[in-house]
Each structure stands twice: as C-alpha cells, then as structure tokens.
Write a protein that binds this ligand. Structure first.
Ligand code: FES
Length: 335
C-alpha cells in the first residue's frame, strides 16, 4: 500500500510505503529531515503530524512523552503511515544533495588514542566519490546484518580517508574485534554519510558552543578542522567532559589550535579528578551554565551520552537559547 506524504512548510510531496518510516521516505526522495540515531533513542527526528494518522512504532516514553504524542508529535524515524500524511519539519538543505552510499573500505591504520579508545583510519576506494559534511557518521555493516554507527572525526580531504574513534565496550562484538583481532588491510563495508549533525552556515555572526563527552569529541574534531580551514573570527568555545583526565586525547592538537586561533577556547572538564588534575572539575553542563548564564546569542552543537545532551539542551533553553540554535547528536556507545 502506498500513501502520499507532504512536508510543510516546503510543500514537498512524495510517495511513502505503508511499511516505510517517514524519515526513510523523505531520504529516499532526496529530502533530509533532521535525524541522528534512526533507532528511536535520540529524539533528533521529532516532529509534528499536521494531518493523517501514523503507527508510532517502538517508542520510548522518555523520547516521546505521552503528552507530546497527544499534541501530535512523532519520531519520524519510527512512525509509519496509516493514511496520507502532512507533517511539519525543518528540511536540512545542506544534506539534501549528498548521496548515501554503501561502500567497502580498507583499514589503513589503527592508532591507540587513550585507554580503551582507538582511532581507525579507513581508506576509501579511489574509484568512488564519497561526499560528507564534518560531523556526520557512518554505519559499519557487519556480516550478521547488524550495524554500528561511528562519527567521522575528520573533514573531507585529498587522502580519501575516514577517521573513526572507537571506544572499547566490554563484550561488544565489533569493538571487541577492533581491540583484538582487527588488523591493517582488513576490509570493512559501511553505509553513509548519515545524520544531520554538522555546522550550519545560517548564522555566521553567532559565537559557537561545542560540547562533547568522551568520544563525542570525534564529530567535533571534524567540525573544528572545517572551521579552522576557513577564515572564521567568531569565538568558538569547546567544552570536553571526561570522567578521568587520562581519557582526554589529541591534547597536542588542541593546544596547537589554541595557539594558532585566538578565537578558539578549549575547556577540559573532569568529573572524577585525581590529585594530578588541576583543571576544572565536575560536569560540563555545570561549567557551561557558569560561563554562559545568558547563552541566547550562541549556536550550540552537543555530542555525547544522551543524559548529558538532553540535560545541557534543556539547561540552555531554560537560560534563553532558542531551540532552533541547538543541534545535537546523542549516542550510546556502539558495541
Ligand atoms: Fe529518530 Fe534518533 S530518535 S533519529
């Protein structure tokens, strides 16, 4: 069974199959709606059903509370049509022309970054163009049909490599393999680029607030490379939170960026400091709240554990930053 889907305010119309999610249909037709996890765990794709009815799919109350569902909201990565539909969603123009591909890659390098964190550098086929925006992610496709999502930690460059930061999850099938038997020249298949977490061009005068926990630094690193590749004089504040100071990595690069770019301000924050740490302590949400009691003029990009991302987004909104200026990529570690 096929229905019609209309996106407002753009007025774009398309077919949608009965077993297809709203997000899948939009992407299939070349229209990017905001999304990240595609599994109902980040709420990035939440939007309003203006007309028609949907099967809401497998939805966690935390991501879509009953009162929001009653007010007409749905998670577009989960909702499938029961009738023709009209929805309200901000289309993401910058991602619209970028083709999502399935490609092979070769493991070019494996580098230890921190205890239990490794970088994988994947070489792309020279015969295939792969376009992406810094901050997007790819899904590694495993032989059993499952997939593992990882952000791309670099900007597109002439070497045609993708850098991923892999956190070892005990018992994890894929990350266990990365930390034991994976070797250079191994072949990995992936799908991408995915997600709509990337720097928007819309407000070049607004200072940037970038915030990450743990390996949430990966997409932020790609965004920073992009920002520093172009003349950009607005202030860029990057808060990086970890539990233990040993979990920071790329410290030399961050120091070099601070030295070279006076508009770049790096704020490392440790929640479980030992005696050797003499920097800031606690959680980044608290640190940002103290530094920016009135954040209404910023644009914020948040990446890391859902608890941090949702808390920080809520705190910024309550302090006066309109939600249109907050972009996030909430993730749990891929296993
Ligand atoms: Fe839909 Fe994450 S909840 S993209």
């Amino acid at each position: 069974m096929t229905y019609r889907l209309r996106i407002e305010p753009s007025g774009h119309e398309m077919d949608i199959e009965a077993n297809e999610t709203i997000l899948e249909a939009a992407l299939r037709h070349g229209y990017a709606l905001p999304y990240s996890c595609r599994s109902g765990t980040c709420a990035t794709c939440k939007g309003k059903i203006l007309a028609g009815s949907v099967d809401y799919g497998d939805v966690d109350e935390k991501m879509l509370p009953d009162e929001e569902m009653e007010a007409g909201f749905a998670l577009f990565c989960q909702a499938t049509p029961l009738t023709d539909l009209s929805i309200e969603a901000r289309e993401v123009g910058a991602a619209a022309g970028i083709e999502i591909k399935t490609l092979p890659s070769r493991v070019a390098r494996i580098v230890d970054l921190a205890p239990e964190v490794r970088a994988l550098f994947l070489q792309l086929p020279s015969t295939q163009e792969f376009r992406f925006l810094p901050g997007q992610y790819i899904d590694i496709l495993l032989k059993d049909g499952s997939r593992r999502g990882f952000s791309i930690a670099n900007m597109p460059g002439p070497g045609a490599q993708l850098e991923l930061h892999i956190k070892h999850v005990p018992g994890g099938q894929f990350t266990g393999h990365v930390f034991s038997t994976m070797k250079e020249k191994d072949i990995l298949r992936f799908e991408g680029p995915l997600g709509t977490f990337f720097i928007r061009d819309d407000w070049p005068e607004r200072p940037l607030l970038l915030a990450a926990t743990g390996t949430g630094f990966a997409p932020i690193k790609g965004m920073l490379e992009q920002l520093f590749a172009n003349p950009d004089t607005r202030d860029i504040h990057f808060y990086w939170g970890v539990r233990y100071a040993q979990e920071f990595y790329y410290q030399e690069l961050l120091q070099e960026w601070q030295a070279r770019h006076p508009n770049f301000h790096f704020h490392p924050v440790v929640s479980r400091p030992d005696a050797s740490w003499n920097g800031r302590t606690g959680y980044i949400t608290t640190a940002i709240g103290a530094d920016f009691p009135q954040p209404k003029d910023l644009v914020a990009y948040l990446c890391g554990h859902p608890d941090m991302v949702f808390d920080l987004a809520e705190s910024l909104e309550q302090s006066g930053l309109d939600s249109q200026y907050i972009f996030s990529d909430a993730f749990v570690f891929a296993k």
